[in-house]
Write a protein that binds this ligand. Structure first.
Ligand SMILES: NC(=O)c1ccc[n+]([C@@H]2O[C@H](COP(=O)([O-])OP(=O)(O)OC[C@H]3O[C@@H](n4cnc5c(N)ncnc54)[C@H](O)[C@@H]3O)[C@@H](O)[C@H]2O)c1
Length: 266
């Protein structure tokens, strides 16, 4: 398909849902072949099928981003199937340790008292850091290795959050992981810039995905702290990811772009 990413190949982690799915579909509409990496097989296969329905090229690879072997595998499979790799989007993430399992008992929005730093088990902290920070590092690093081996540049776009800047005591592990993503993005941009690989991030505010649905369910209401006074559609973030991936941002690297209705401004 013709478009801004014509003949490009991308991997989108977390592409089975939410902003990862929006990004994967938008990239496909712009002409990219897209590999979806997720632990959610049903969602991942659905996204791949939606891309094929659009007339695009897609691949789904079951991938736990916190597993180095899985990450090596998805990059290798993508390059084998589509012949190259031009971009990596690291949208996979969890808001609490048992998020994928959907465990209500440990949901910090439903049980803020249990999410106190005084009470939370160390393994919960470790899980969130493993997926949200180490997972991003593994994916970005493996993509950079592939691009360097192929002898061309590329673009990596990581998912941070407004929680990288705004502390949330019930989401300490999440907030710290996202602050880490901001610095990881800067370090990788500094190292890989000379090789033509740009590394940026987006820091979304409240976006209407299954992740935010858990917050709604716990009774959060009103977005008075958002200058634009609303939540956003996942496509509004995908637009920013497309900008940071395409040649339109050819002189931008190391930056984290807030896509947050202005929350981080006030
Ligand atoms: N929704 C929001 O309001 C919001 C705000 C700021 C940042 N974010 C971040 O945006 C990103 C996308 O979140 P979303 O809102 O689209 O949520 P989502 O739950 O709709 O999508 C997250 C996807 O990540 C996948 N995933 C989770 N753990 C994984 C693992 N170990 N390996 C591979 N895949 C895994 C899930 O299966 C899911 O498909 C996340 O990094 C999240 O932290 C979301």
């Amino acid at each position: 398909m013709a478009g801004e990413l014509e003949d490009r190949v991308s991997i989108v982690t977390g592409g089975g849902s939410g902003m990862g799915r929006s990004t994967a579909l938008m990239f496909a509409r712009e002409g990219a072949a897209v590999a979806i990496a997720d632990v959610n097989d049903e969602g991942g296969e659905q996204t791949a099928a939606q891309i094929e329905d659009l007339g695009g090229n897609a691949l789904y690879v079951h991938t736990d981003v916190s597993s180095e072997q899985d990450v090596v595998n998805v990059v290798a499979e993508t390059a084998a199937k589509f012949g190259r790799l031009d971009s990596m989007v690291t949208a996979a993430g969890i808001s609490y340790a048992n998020y994928v399992e959907g465990d209500d008992d440990t949901d910090p929005f439903l049980h803020p008292e249990a999410a106190s730093n005084l009470n939370r088990p160390t393994e919960f902290w470790q899980k969130v850091i493993d997926v949200n920070l180490t997972g991003v590092m593994l994916c970005a690093r493996e993509a950079a290795r592939q691009m360097v081996n192929e002898g061309h540049g590329g673009a990596i776009v990581n998912f941070a959050s407004i929680n990288a800047y705004n502390p949330s005591p019930i989401l300490t592990d999440y907030s710290v992981s996202k602050a880490g993503v901001v610095m990881l993005t800067r370090c990788f941009a500094a190292e890989f810039g000379p090789r033509g690989i740009r590394v940026n991030a987006v820091a979304p505010g409240p976006i209407e995905t299954p992740m935010l649905a858990r917050v709604h369910r716990a009774g959060a209401s009103g977005w008075g702290n958002v200058p634009l006074q609303r939540t956003a559609d996942p496509d509004e973030v995908a637009e920013a990811v497309l900008f940071l991936t395409s040649d339109r941002s050819s002189y931008v690297t190391g930056k984290t772009l807030g896509v947050d209705g202005g929350i981080s401004t006030v």
